[in-house]
Unconditional design. Sequence first.
Length: 154
Amino acid sequence: MKRTLLAGLAGGAAMNLAMLLTFRTIGFGWNGQGFLLTSPAQSHKLIAVWTELEPLPLVVNTPLPIIVGILLFGIGHAVIYRMVSVGWPEGVLPRALRFSGLIFFMTYLFWEFFTPFNQFGEPLHLIAIELCFWAVIALAEGFAITGIMERRAS
């Protein structure tokens, strides 16, 4: 169980870092001037949610609960990995790719379809870029969890 907890914390940390490098640094920008908020094609509803409608998302004004929550999601994902990976081929690479794909399709693809596309009317080309960001995030978490879970005890 210690390995699962460690893998989950590493996965959550990798997810937080990858989100920081993709969405925060590239997509939204540190000053809110990233292309996801300044594109003339962007949905006004999405822009309003991130910049105008009070209360703003926690991740904007009070990110600590979100950072901690993502660490907890990482632990949950590591528990899921422990349950499902037994049927997968041996090795970090095949297992990490499978787990990253699972995370991507079960979480991020659904999220982009249901929220930005469905609720905010975000344009498809921006959703496609966001899905690339989510793929990086899923790979970072998947490899972090798999790398620790598959490391052989010395």
